[in-house]
Design a protein around this ligand. Structure first.
Ligand SMILES: *Cc1c(COP(=O)(O)O)cnc(C)c1O
Length: 410
């Protein structure tokens, strides 16, 4: 037996290796020298075109475009949807920097909507703002999906186009409909920390002929759109090809080769992720002072991370939990930090855009803690992580409850 409390030694940023099949396919692409997606031998169909066809089939979308990043998918989608400089674009206040970044990249202005304790867009608040914009870039941040039936009904009635940011919902669904298939376009990321890993990369899916043709030309297809498999008919491109600016952001064959075998495994991987999520959730259930995030029955999530709330806690107590867990090897991210750290940033740190007053979001973010659950963690690892968090949260909670300022616990 060792002395002292148990300590976790795994790495929260270590993903699994690329499947051998993907490595072999990538080596094949390198041997061919034909890395550019449109550099194909006579009769050859490139890896990117095949990947697009496979991703369209997986999501049930008519069309798919693979691009250089999730951020590129969103900017390409916004341009394809006709967003112009100066236009306001609605988005959740709880999201990651590439989302408001994509809006700003097309010269548009993010208009943030409050989030709920369930970590999804506040539909009541959204309803009051629908008259202010014609596009909503909805972020399923950390894989939490709002009531999509209600959201689509509200947006359709108001004539607001919905573009989904599915960076954390690949393989997920709402009420059986795949994430990314409710809105007019869905954007995905294949960056290392998402569900499939090509270092960088992304997808855009849609059933809309004109928007997809605009997206394909806009992502840099030159006049080679005929080499796509999951694309609208050639006639749709005829007029558009003269008016859509080329902003090169294509995916290359090397990345597509890495991704194709990963895509085939996505369902199994989703189960493995959710098993890890369930172990952490069980381990933290009924911890005094800690709330779990409620997940509705219609939400078919694929969890690659875990969130919990220390609602109403004093800042010094949250900091104390962070440092005590860190001392035992458990890296928690805190969305309440006034200073943005690593991947966690807040709407008020994106100062290129107007910073509104969002009291409900502020209260949620102040108590929001987040941890990654890479598939390199075993179920035992996840149980240990939950034990450590539970113990440290309880110690800080009890110390505060026993102190002279119990009111601070809210
Ligand atoms: C990662 C991420 C993206 C896309 O990121 P890229 O790094 O550009 O691929 C978009 N939205 C959210 C919420 C993300 O976490």
């Amino acid at each position: 037996m060792t002395n002292g409390p148990e300590r976790f030694t795994g790495s929260f940023t270590q993903q699994e290796p690329i499947p051998e099949e993907g490595i072999a396919a990538a080596v094949e692409v390198m041997r061919s020298g034909r890395l550019h997606r449109y550099n194909t031998a006579p009769g050859e169909v490139g890896e990117v075109a095949l990947l697009e066809q496979e991703f369209a089939a997986m999501t049930g979308a008519k069309y798919c475009l693979a691009v250089a990043s999730g951020g590129a998918a969103m900017t390409t989608a916004l341009r394809a949807a006709g967003v112009r400089p100066g236009d306001p674009v609605l988005t959740n206040a709880f999201t990651l920097a590439p989302v408001p970044g994509a809006i700003a990249a097309v010269g548009a202005v993010p208009l943030y909507v409050e989030v709920t304790e369930g970590l999804v867009i506040d539909l009541g608040d959204l309803e009051t703002r629908l008259g202010q914009a014609s596009v909503l870039l909805l972020s399923h941040m950390r894989g939490h999906i709002c009531d999509m039936d209600r959201l689509m009904a509200l947006c359709t009635r108001a004539g607001v186009l919905v573009i989904e940011d599915c960076a954390h919902t690949m393989g997920a669904n709402w009420n059986g409909v795949p994430s990314g298939r409710h809105g007019v376009m869905g954007c995905f990321s294949t960056q290392t920390y998402k569900h499939i890993n090509s270092g960088e990369g992304g997808f855009l899916i849609s059933d809309d002929d004109e928007m997809m043709a605009r997206a394909i030309i806009g992502s840099g297809s030159y006049m080679l759109y005929g080499r796509h498999l999951a694309a609208p008919p050639a006639a749709v491109f005829e007029d558009l090809r003269f008016e859509v600016p080329n902003v090169s952001s294509r995916m290359d064959n090397l990345r597509a080769a890495l991704l194709r075998p990963q895509l085939r495994k996505i369902e199994t991987q989703a189960k493995r992720w959710n098993a890890r999520h369930a172990v952490v959730e069980e381990g933290l259930r009924a911890t005094p002072g800690l709330s779990l995030v409620e997940r509705p029955a219609q939400e078919g999530y694929v969890a690659s991370s875990f969130q919990f709330l220390l609602t109403g806690w004093a800042e010094e107590d949250v900091r104390s939990v962070l440092s005590r867990c860190a001392a035992r090897g458990v890296e928690l991210k805190w969305f309440g930090n006034a200073d943005p750290v690593a991947f966690t940033s807040r709407y008020d740190s994106w100062r290129y855009a107007p910073v509104p007053e969002l009291p409900r979001t502020d209260r949620v973010l102040a108590g929001l803690l987040d941890l990654r659950l890479p598939l390199t963690f075993s179920l035992e690892d996840c149980a240990m992580i939950a034990r450590i968090i539970r113990q440290e949260v309880s110690i800080v909670w009890q110390a505060r409850a026993g102190s002279s300022r119990p009111g601070a616990m809210g």
